[in-house]
Design a protein around this ligand. Sequence first.
Ligand SMILES: [Zn+2]
Length: 775
Amino acid sequence: MTSSPRETRRSFLKKSAVATTVLAAVDFTALAANTTNGNPVPRPADSNNKLPWYRRTIRFGQTNITEADYQRYDIAWWRQHWKRTRIQGVLINAGGIFATYPSKFPLHYRAPTLGNRDLFGELAGAAHEDGLVVLARMDSNRVHEDFYRAHPDWFTRDDKGEPYRIDGLYVTCVNGPYYDEYIPAVLQEIIERSHPEGFADNNWNGADRDHICYCENCKRKFRDLTGQSIPRVKNWDDPVYREWILWNYARRTEIWDINNRAARAAGGPDCLWTGMQSGTLPYQGLRFRDNKAICERSEFMLLDDQARRDPWGFQHNAQIGQLFHGLLGWNKIIPECTAMYQAIYEKTTPQYRLAPKPELEARLWMLEGFAGGLQPWWHHVGAYQEDRRTFHIARPILRWHAENDEYLISRRPIANVGLVWSQHNTDFYGRDNAEELTEAPWRGWTNALVRARIPCVPVHADHITRDADELSVLILPDLAAMSVAQVGAVRRFVERGGNLIATGQTSRFDDSGEPLPDFRLADLFGVHAKQSRPSEESRRQAIEEQQSYLRLNPGIASRAYGPKAGNEPPATGERHPALKGFDETDILQFGGGLEPLQVESGATVLMTFIPAFPVMPPEAAWMREPRTDIPGLIINETSGRGRVIFMPADLDRRYGRDNLPDHANLLANLVRWAAKNDFPLQVSGPGFIDCHLYQQPNRLVLHLVNLTNAGTWRASVDELIQVGPLTVRVRLPKEVPGDRMQCLVSKQRVNSAVKDGWAEFNLPSILDHEVVVIG
Ligand SMILES: [Zn+2]
């Protein structure tokens, strides 16, 4: 007697129940009712096999199967490796570009070397026998030529009607039956054959923004919806082009829903389809992946951000983990694929699929992921590896994770500084230069705060009101494109006593990137635009580099140039605390340009612009205009209850790309002044250390990742440098007594002194990282 797929799945789950009890588990079901600002207050519990797989499977592994592996895949060896690395779930190639099982769909390509072997089924069966969760890996982006010949209307077309191809394969169109009918049918087939718990699709979003599709389906659907033709060229100033962008986003989100409906229909309510997400916003935008919309409809997320990029540093991995958790919720699992091979995202650096990533480079990337709430997922390309060192990378890290995972999931960050972002700003202000226009300011802030050891959390611009109660300071890093609602949320935050720091062109554009005659937050900033500048002018100015300076006001040196300008404070010789540490200078290198602004009475200008002058020849390197009244930094305490700092001089962007310590020190000063120097964590001692603090019921979890190493700013790291001693002070929530300390990495004994609601303790040293549980 044969059973239906649904019944087969149920009986499988029953059979595997015994196996799944050994998996580490946390009771997340209790979390839903007990939330703060949408973030759960976590309550770890003993193992509970009733939880759905996506709430209890936290360590993953993936062997990306190549065509050469079909006959040489040593399943027994890999089962041992699954066990050695303590993983609970595997991603196994199933379908899409290549099928690894005998699909009933004749056009579902199988390499001749596979023959009739059901490699996916064998591996899925082995994993299930071992109590592992199986995610069937898809790649639904492109197919072989015979498929294109059979269904030419399912494919993307350029403006001349020619199909788009990548590496000789044909790119399928998201608006055709390939996505509406074919892929859902393939998902159903895979579920019925092998019962994976879910799906992971690698490149699920079809053609990217740089490849406008003019196929008949796209043309018809876009015209039906908007009455317009698909734009002939990329033109961000054209409202129809921007509508096309939003239309593309909406379709990708729709595909997310279509695939999830298909997976659940065939595999039951817990069978999830998940497309991979990237860790950089410009890349997400280029592929029309709407972080927020996707997270709002998901129980689980897969992050495909496999390695450090030099400009970002390891710390980016913690930040991106926190950014996604801020959208998805802190009770959910976000495994992150980490390449065990040499993968660097700089285009100038070669990738070696078969050479191991230097172990310490991989380790620090993963440790920063843990510090940001990400879960581990090792990734090899090829089932047969001749450089066996690649297999040694994951084992110690994942074993440590397995021993300590109750402290690493289901927790809420403690930080009172929020760094605001939005995908609209990345797309519609950043346009094709988001790396410079929106990423660099973000990076400048995050790096300056890591350097100052001030914990911060990413806050989506639509979540300002949701998260406001946790925050003392909101930072808007050149958040140029803002909606009316977002501006209103910022205004309410300041009215209620919140402190604000904004930079660059913040609120100078609407949320579609159209320039406005004045800043939408002009009243809070205490300044108004004098000239209505074309958008491209301000974008150009933001990315140019010139020898310009800022004058610190009031000047301390007696040799100040010329009369004082506008709202500059009187020359008492005393500087504002925001300019602390700069007593020996009256100027600061800047690099950008500034426009004149009208300063309201009551606002104080702390820095003014010194226009650029030549660098060469040296004889020409003198200030032509040593003093202007163009403000570079304004503080305003008159507009609301909170402190407001507006810094049109985009020193956050400058630090993000130039890495000059003066800029970082000034950024940190601004945050300290805005927060009245009140932070929940203080860490003192030598070294470059990324600090993240979390709360679980009745305890705090502190991550300290030591980024002091020879390769801090450039991959790869091949030596760790021990730092210490460090003195740590942590503000204790009421329910945490603070007298029980546990170091999860070094196991060293640490005693704390508790006084006035703070716990203070010394850590003798840190090598790669330390996690301190404070109970
Ligand atoms: Zn199309």
